[in-house]
Design a protein around this ligand. Sequence first.
Ligand code: GLN
Length: 269
Amino acid sequence: MTIREALKYAADKLKESSNSYNLDALILLKFVLNKNEVFILSNPEVLIKESDLNKFDNLINKRKEGYPIAYITHHKEFYGFDFYVDESVLIPRPETELLVDTAIKYSKKFDHPKIVDIGTGSGCVAITLSKLLNLKIFASDISSKALKIAKKNAKHLDAQLEFICSDKLLWLDKGVDIIVSNPPYIKKNDYNNLQKEIKYEPKNALIADKNGTAVIGDLIKESKTKCSYLIVEIGYDQEKFVKSFDQFKELIYDYSYLPRVAVFDFTQI
Ligand code: GLN
């Protein structure tokens, strides 16, 4: 089978299960052949080895079942940086870049801000902040498996990070300027209705409680005495919840005009 035929074969097979079937076919073929896009697209008549075709077919079948592309290739771009990901961490989402932008905006209020990322996962938020602000960032996660990935990413991207394996803010003293977090905020009952891709990601990074607000609520309560500003990513239906707190300061909407990032100001406490 040639490259052209393989791309068509994969796209046809993936049509029903993926919106991005052409792109998926291209990414998987690039991955299997270990070639870049230019090579693939400019060599449609090159024949593919039997062993590579078998590998390609296995990955197409995996993808057909909803297995995320990023877990197959182990790469996901976030804020222009390349992150390693596997099933122990959430795949970074483009909306989460708004969390980074908001943290950068608030960091300008301080000379050498102490910034802490709670639930760092792949490390995408903490590492990006460290790179853009040229600053050491503290990053915690309850999962030691996730921290291993975050450490790998920090090393690869040459970011200054200090890692702590702990739940929420238990480990933290006062004197923090900004706490950022993309906590689990999906309602238990909503989880089953989500796309099948999401089912391969770590549940504890996604699901909160019945209302979806338990972890965010804990973060607000625990941050009060420890930091000046708390900046959290929230779910599309949590606007009312976050606005019900006296210390609520600002809400940032994403590109689909859904509420995405909430800021709390504890400087008056
Ligand atoms: N901070 C990571 C991210 O934004 C992980 C978040 C999480 O695991 N809930 O992708």
